[in-house]
Design a protein around this ligand. Structure first.
Ligand code: F6R
Length: 245
């Protein structure tokens, strides 16, 4: 596992975008696993900049997002469909038919999870999977206690996840979805390379536990210690509890 600690926001964004760009340019039809949330915002901004300023080409790239909420419309401002459109897809030359997210309002969530899992099997593995981390150690929406052998599934969000993400859903906490579809840990682990992103002091404890503590299903991100090709990109605050060795 390689751990990079960026000294500035610009350096962090550059490193993150470099790793994505390298994966995109390393395959004729690259497959990217993508995350949403606050952490990767600067990475997407830099990728969009490279597309317009340097011609970074997305036309043959296929993407799989880690997760999507259940019980809201695709166009809901808090959906991950909306996030991906706003942060990346609307600004680059990606073919939308090559972008895959679980649907937030399927007739049968279980069937939708199975469809997504099948697509991943058909087009995967991802050349690069980008991950954020929850303060409870979740990756995707695989909350503590999830089996390392889990595939894409309907899941219930942990209380801490609901609280962390509720602001996106406005002032009414009741409008925050309680369930989601998430790519499973077993599928995340099939990626050829994984980029784990973390920013801010609120992630310092969980980064220490996940990367340098025991590998356990109680800390889903600890499974990454078993993956042969992981790059961790932190700012100084998120890395502040990690031991050097
Ligand atoms: C998002 C996802 C989540 C987030 C995590 C961190 O697609 O799968 O695991 O990466 O909750 O969120 P932020 O970056 O908002 O702290």
């Amino acid at each position: 596992m390689k751990i990079l600690v960026a000294r500035s926001v610009e350096e962090w964004n550059r490193h993150a975008a470099d790793i994505v760009q390298e994966a995109m340019q390393g395959a004729a039809e690259p497959v990217l696993g993508l995350a949403t949330g606050n952490t990767p915002l600067g990475m997407y901004k830099e990728l969009v900049r490279r597309h317009s300023a340097e011609g970074l080409d997305f036309s043959t790239t296929r993407t799989f997002n880690l997760d999507e909420y259940l019980g809201i419309a695709v166009e809901h401002p808090g959906s991950y469909h909306t996030y991906m459109k706003e942060q990346l897809f609307d600004h680059v030359n990606i073919d939308l038919s090559r972008t895959h997210l679980p649907k937030p309002n399927p007739e049968s969530p279980e069937d939708e999870a199975a469809r997504f899992s099948q697509l991943l099997e058909q087009y995967g593995p991802c050349d690069l999977q980008v991950l954020g981390i929850g303060t409870n150690g979740h990756i995707g929406f695989n909350e503590p206690g999830t089996s390392f052998s889990a595939k894409t599934a309907v899941v219930e969000l942990a209380e801490s996840t609901i609280q962390a993400n509720a602001p996106v859903f406005g002032t009414d906490p009741e409008s925050m979805p309680t369930h989601a579809i998430t790519m499973g840990i077993a599928e995340i682990m099939t990626a050829r390379k994984i980029l784990l992103l973390a920013n801010g002091a609120s992630k310092a404890d969980i980064m220490k536990l996940a990367l340098q503590g025991p590998v356990t299903e109680d800390v889903p991100a600890s499974v990454l210690q078993r993956h042969p090709n992981v790059v961790v990109l932190c700012d100084e605050a998120a890395a502040s509890h990690l031991s050097k060795a």
